[in-house]
Design a protein around this ligand. Sequence first.
Ligand SMILES: [Zn+2]
Length: 233
Amino acid sequence: MKLRQHGQNLWQLTRLWAFNCYLVQEADGLTLVDTNMSGSGAAILRVAQRMGQPISRIALTHAHADHAGSLDELAAELPGVEVALAARTAAFLRGELELQADEPQAPLRGGFVTRTTPASRLLQPGDSVGSLRVVAAPGHTPDQIAFFDERDGSLIAGDAFQTQAGTAVAGVTRWLFPFPALATWHLPTALQTAVALRALNPSRLAVGHGRVLANPAAAMDRAIQAAEARLHG
Ligand SMILES: [Zn+2]
């Protein structure tokens, strides 16, 4: 896995060319945000070992296979690790893929996986995971949450945006890397989320697919404009 540091607290781990998960430095060890695709556990553990730090917590942004894939294999190697995720993500990981009555009734897209590791903590918007504040981020999937680092303004946005092949809101297709768009459930909701995440004024945008952007405001604004054009013509 390729490892890149962004600022003091954020480490980006990339598998293949565009599949990211993140390690966040805390006083008591590392928080792993997302677990990458299946078969990534050993490589993630090697990185933490090289950094000389324990993984104290695992947090998930959403239940797609390339984010939750290695949850079980990591939890098996990390007894007592806190596993923090949204209740909606927990339901998807149990294989309950029905939409709720108050959600847009659009078909779910992308590869959802079932995993047996139970959450030790169910997250709500506003909760803290170490220094990270949980932010609702539905649209790409119904369950997605993002994590905003209160210390330095880094935003780990899951697939709410992609930066691979250009910055885009989830659901707007970049043809050189169309997978996040093809896996997106509901563009109007994704656009609302993009606007809400932009309003946090992040210093850094870290996403599931593509590089981490420093000072991402202008790129996020352009992506939001493109999504609005896509939706409203
Ligand atoms: Zn996804």
